[in-house]
Design a protein around this ligand. Structure first.
Ligand code: SAM
Ligand code: SF4
Length: 333
């Protein structure tokens, strides 16, 4: 008889939300994530096959109590098997909630097939509505593709369509208000994310980042924000009603208002490593076990052991904090 034993840690948290990175490759080079020249990509044989991903997803849902699956990357739309992976995920019992974080390039083409395969929602990353600023920040002239992708997501019913934005001082910090106006006018839910020390070139500085408080200050100059009374639970975003609602804006203060105490996440990288935290410096190699012939029970047990080793918090403010070796694009944001 198959046993359901959840992904618990010694601090009373239980992980039910799985982030799956489907590739470390990307077609943008966002300054806070990747260097302009790109990174050495994972060799193809190291990347889990579609069948391997689906097998681990089944173990996560059936044996470990995962109820939410978010596909990410790198850029997950670059993964050829994405639609069939989503379809197989939607066939799992009990069916998990399925979402995708994407830069939106190519979404115009695949939003409808993804929705038909069972994708529930998308988050599209968009840091500026100004073509020049977008190009400076992402090192590619693709703003129009992202905007087409956003519209396609809404038309396909992948709602609520959320927009993720990261503000960088003197690069796009003037975009906070136009981004919120755009989101409110078009029915998208905007969330600002504080920049985290996960860039490939380790250039992040605590003193330079735009804090949640600053973001709120900037927005408050143009909008009336009132705290949303909805229970936050394990959601990382604190939300505010915009001009009395129903539109909302979220701020994810990953650094200055961390939510580690309520974290319910577990992560699988494209090369089959379990990470118990974005900032973990150790990973647990499920790919080697899987390819070495481990059965589902053993893989589930390894996954549980990896989560039991989760630290109470990310420790960014500790003097001993060390940034993880892998950047955000390779971990899966
Ligand atoms: N390529 C997809 C995208 O951009 O949405 C998915 C992967 S990306 C790593 C996921 C999210 O992480 C994006 O919303 C991106 O803005 C965010 N992100 C990347 N690097 C970050 C950093 N250093 N700090 C905060 N957020 C970051
Ligand atoms: Fe690519 Fe997303 Fe990283 Fe930007 S944030 S470089 S779109 S993986």
């Amino acid at each position: 008889m198959r046993q359901l034993l959840p992904l618990a840690d010694p601090y009373g948290r239980v992980a039910t939300d799985l982030r799956v990175s489907l590739t470390d490759r990307c077609n943008l080079r966002c300054t806070y994530c990747m260097p302009p020249e790109g990174l050495p990509w994972l060799p193809t044989p190291d990347v889990l096959t579609d069948d391997e991903v689906v097998r681990l997803l089944r173990i996560a849902v059936e044996r470990l109590g995962v109820t939410e699956v978010r596909f990410t990357g790198g850029e997950p739309l670059l993964r050829r098997g994405l639609v069939s992976i989503v379809k197989a995920t939607a066939a799992l019992e009990p069916r998990p909630d399925i979402s995708l974080t994407t830069n939106g390039i190519g979404l115009e083409r695949v939003a409808a097939p993804l929705a038909a395969a069972g994708l529930d929602r998308v988050n599209v990353s968009l840091d500026s509505l100004d073509k020049d600023t977008f190009r400076t920040l992402a090192h590619r002239d693709r703003l129009d593709d992202v905007l087409l992708g956003l519209t396609a997501a809404r038309v396909a019913g992948l709602e609520p369509v959320k927009i993720n934005a990261v503000l960088l001082r003197d690069v796009n910090d003037h975009d906070a208000v136009p981004l919120l106006r755009f989101a409110v006018d078009n029915g998208y839910e905007l969330r600002f994310i504080e920049q985290m020390p996960l860039d490939a070139h380790h250039a992040w500085k605590r003193t330079a980042m735009i804090t949640a408080e600053e973001i709120l200050e900037r927005l408050s100059a143009a909008f009336t924000l009132t705290p949303d009374v909805v229970e936050r639970g394990s959601a990382p975003a604190e939300t505010w009603l915009v001009d009395g609602g129903p539109a909302k804006v979220g701020v994810i203060g990953s650094v200055t208002r961390n939510f580690c105490g309520a974290c319910d996440r577990t992560r699988l990288t494209a090369d089959g490593q379990i990470r118990n935290c974005l900032f973990a410096r150790e990973e647990s190699d499920l790919r080697a076990a899987l390819r070495g012939g481990a059965d589902d029970d053993e893989l589930a047990e390894r996954w549980r052991a990896a989560m039991w080793a989760k630290k109470p918090g990310h420790g960014i403010d500790d003097p001993s904090f060390l940034q993880p070796e892998r950047p955000m694009s390779a971990i899966g944001g």
